[in-house]
Design a protein around this ligand. Structure first.
Ligand code: PLP
Length: 307
C-alpha cells in the first residue's frame, strides 16, 4: 500500500572553495516533505505504512519535549486520520515553541511523565486505546525501528538515482543510530567504497556503536545480507558538546557561518554537531585531496526555533 506520492529530497554541490580540492555535497532531508522536515518524516512514512498494513488505527509513541519524532508522528497521524497518543518524558512547560508548539496545535492526546515511568505509561496508553475499541500501534521513541532503518537504506537508492557522483565519505548526525544503520547498509550496498561517518549528538562512543551494530545485525538478517555489513561502523563522540541538547558557543557560531555562506540552516541539537565533526576532518586535511564529501542533512529546524 502506498498512501502518498513521494518526491526526492534535493541533492546538490555546495560552493565550498578550498586548496585540497574537496567537493562538498549535501542531501537535504531537512526538506523532506513534512512541516519541519527531517529524518523523522522519512522514517515515519515507512513506519506508518507498516501500521496501516497491520490494520491499526491508532498510534502510541514517546519522546522529549522538543522531539522531532513526536511532532512528525502527530502530523502524519492527522494526515492519515489515526488516533494519536504522544508521551513526553518531561514536566509540562508553559512556553510553547518549536516542535511543542506544533504538537499542541495538532490537538493529539499528550501525556507527560517521568523518564523512568515511560515504558509502563506507554503500555498503559496502549491498553486505554484498546478499551476504547482502537487497534493501537506502538512506535519506539525516535522512530527507532526496522522500518526506520529500511527508510534510510532506500534513501541511498534514491541518491543513487539522483547523481553519478561517487562519494568517499558521508557525515551525518547520529542519535539512536537507526538512520546511521540504514545509511551504512545502503551505502555498502549501492556505494561499496563509501565510508559512513556517524557523529554522535549524545551517546558515548562504545554504547552508541553497540546499538548501531545491533540495528545492522537485525537489518541484515531480515534482508539476507552478509556479515561484511557489520564492518566499518564509525561513531565519533568528540563533537557532542557534552551531551543531548547541550550546546556551546563554537557550535552557535558555526550555525551562523553555514547559514551565511550556504543558505543552509543547521540546528543546535543535531546537525551542527555533525557539521562540526565534518569541518574538523576538512580543516585538518585528514581526508585525501579531491575527496567527494557528502553531508546528509537530517533536519532540526524546529529545534533551532525552540532555542
Ligand atoms: C532524530 C534526529 C537525528 C538522529 O537520528 P537517529 O536515527 O536517532 O540516529 C538526527 N538529526 C535530527 C534532526 C533528528 O531529529
Amino acid at each position: 500500500m502506498k498512501y502518498r506520492d513521494y518526491k526526492m529530497t534535493p541533492f546538490y554541490k555546495l560552493r565550498y572553495e578550498n586548496v585540497n580540492g574537496y567537493n562538498l555535497f549535501i542531501k537535504r532531508d531537512d526538506l523532506y516533505p513534512i512541516i519541519g522536515g527531517g529524518n523523522k518524516g522519512r522514517k515515519l512514512d515507512y513506519i506508518l505504512l507498516d501500521c496501516l498494513n497491520k490494520g491499526c488505527d491508532a498510534v502510541v509513541t514517546c519522546g522529549g519535549i522538543q522531539s522531532n519524532h513526536n511532532r512528525a508522528t502527530a502530523i502524519k497521524c492527522k494526515e492519515l486520520g489515526l488516533e494519536c497518543t504522544i508521551i513526553i518524558h518531561s514536566n509540562p512547560i508553559k512556553k510553547l515553541s518549536g516542535n511543542l508548539k506544533i504538537l499542541e496545535l495538532l490537538g493529539v492526546n499528550i501525556v507527560y511523565c517521568s523518564l523512568k515511568n515511560i515504558s509502563s505509561i506507554m503500555d498503559n496508553e496502549m491498553k486505554i486505546l484498546e478499551k476504547k475499541g482502537f487497534k493501537p500501534y506502538y512506535i519506539w521513541g525516535g522512530g527507532h525501528s526496522y522500518e526506520g532503518t529500511l527508510a534510510y537504506f532506500n534513501a541511498v537508492k534514491e541518491l543513487r538515482k539522483q547523481t553519478e557522483v561517487n562519494f568517499d565519505i558521508v557525515f551525518l548526525a547520529s542519535g539512536t543510530g537507526a538512520t546511521q544503520a540504514g545509511l551504512h547498509c545502503g551505502f555498502k550496498y549501492y556505494y561499496p567504497n563509501t565510508n559512513v561517518y556517524g557523529i554522535s549528538v549524545a551517546r558515548k562512543k562504545e554504547k552508541g556503536k553497540i546499538e548501531i551494530i545491533k540495528t545492522i545485525q537485525h537489518f541484515i538478517s531480515q534482508n539476507k545480507l552478509d556479515n561484511s555489513y557489520l564492518e566499518d561502523v564509525i561513531f565519533d563522540d568528540r563533537f557532542n558538546c557534552g551531551g543531548y541538547e547541550k550546546t556551546n558557543i563554537e557550535q552557535l557560531n558555526l550555525i551562523k557561518h553555514v547559514a551565511q555562506k550556504y543558505g543552509v540552516i543547521l540546528d543546535p541539537t543535531y546537525t551542527s554537531k555533525a557539521w562540526m565533526g565534518m569541518n574538523y576532518f576538512m580543516k585538518n586535511n585528514i581526508l585525501p585531496a579531491n575527496s567527494n564529501i557528502l553531508f546528509w542533512h537530517t533536519g532540526g529546524l524546529l529545534n533551532l526555533m525552540a532555542q
